[in-house]
Ligand binder design. Sequence first.
Ligand SMILES: [Zn+2]
Length: 440
Amino acid sequence: MATPATHDDFGTSAGCGTHAPNGAAPARRAGRAATWARSLVGTLHVLLLVLGAGGCAPPPNPLEEFEAASQRDARSRLEGPGYVLYSPLDADQSASYARVLGEEIALVSALVEAPAGPSIRAYLVPLPADVQEDRADILAEVLPSAGGYQAGASARGVFFVYVRPASPEIGAVVRAEFARATIRHELVHVLSRRVGLPGASWFQEGLAEEVASMRVVGGELVAHPYPAELVVARRAMQPGALEDLLGWRLHDGRPLADRQRCYARSLAWLRFLLERQPETALLGKLQAIAAQQPDSLLRLEPEWTAWLARQDPLAAIRSRVGTAGGAEAAGWLPTLAAAGAPELATRVADELALQLLADAHTVEPASRFLLMFRAAELRAEDLRALAAAGDPVRELCALALHARRGEAIDRGRAGTVWTMLPAEQRDRLRLLGLMLGVRR
Ligand SMILES: [Zn+2]
């Protein structure tokens, strides 16, 4: 069932989801919900990595029929700068997706220097009734996928994302926020073609994943210092990996796990190539990479392998602790552990995380890392030291770790310590509160 990757390329990327307030709320409440949704992306990213993202949807074939049917069945049609959005949701709910779409078009266009062009046609698509859903959990609720596919984009200025109807429990504001990374990934496919970048699967998916992993700083997209795909690519490294990757065609029938490896390798390979380019602007670098011949690329495998081996996630985190980026880097502990980084399954990583529990800015990811991945390996004296630190936060961490190890704890004491925390800290440590059953 091979499809020429140079014609209609389809792709997907990760996002996150959870329970949320009503999406039809007034603007102020909607803004708070979106902020809240973003704050949970880190937490739930861990779960997503464990479960794995979907794959790349085959192109609707023929595209014209897909568009005609989607337009005919749409409940709302929203237009904004550079896009038209067709949606099965009502206009209020669709507006949440339109807001994310508008923001992402501006960000990605600026990044790849895409000129204004014909409006992008974006389709929110209900999951087809006749497909087997991939999951039946909370993530499936906000990131629906079928047959390993969450979304797809065409070289002809069209993309779609699967959606479910918004509900009182999980409103459209939150759903749209969690679809942001997927929408950005698809926009990269559409807008990179507008500036003439090539359609090889490794190039398109590597770029889309790289951009989807970026953070917004000062209103611009900037590279993520250590995306989780690097961990996956390092683990999957083996002789011949580059030849396999360069020969990858999006719809060449590979199993889902293989496709997911290709996505991670694509990001790692493109990032390696980007770092070798002397140009400063991203588009210039990409154009220089696109001009390289396959033979000369293939010869770079040993260099790429060595580069990848040097991307030590623990070293990346440690080098940022104590700097302005320290809190963000602490957040990589659980994310990269979930991706399977062996360097984080070590005593050195445990000691770093234990140290980070003492800092209000890093305690949340450090405790999440220890609770989810390292509770059983910690030493009894580690837990004793936490309990005796004279700090309610660390005492609460010790209690949660004991509970996670299946050891008896004083629930009454947990409730007392919980009430000693400032409200802001309680909000930040909601996972601990939930684990201990003390959070109302
Ligand atoms: Zn893609």
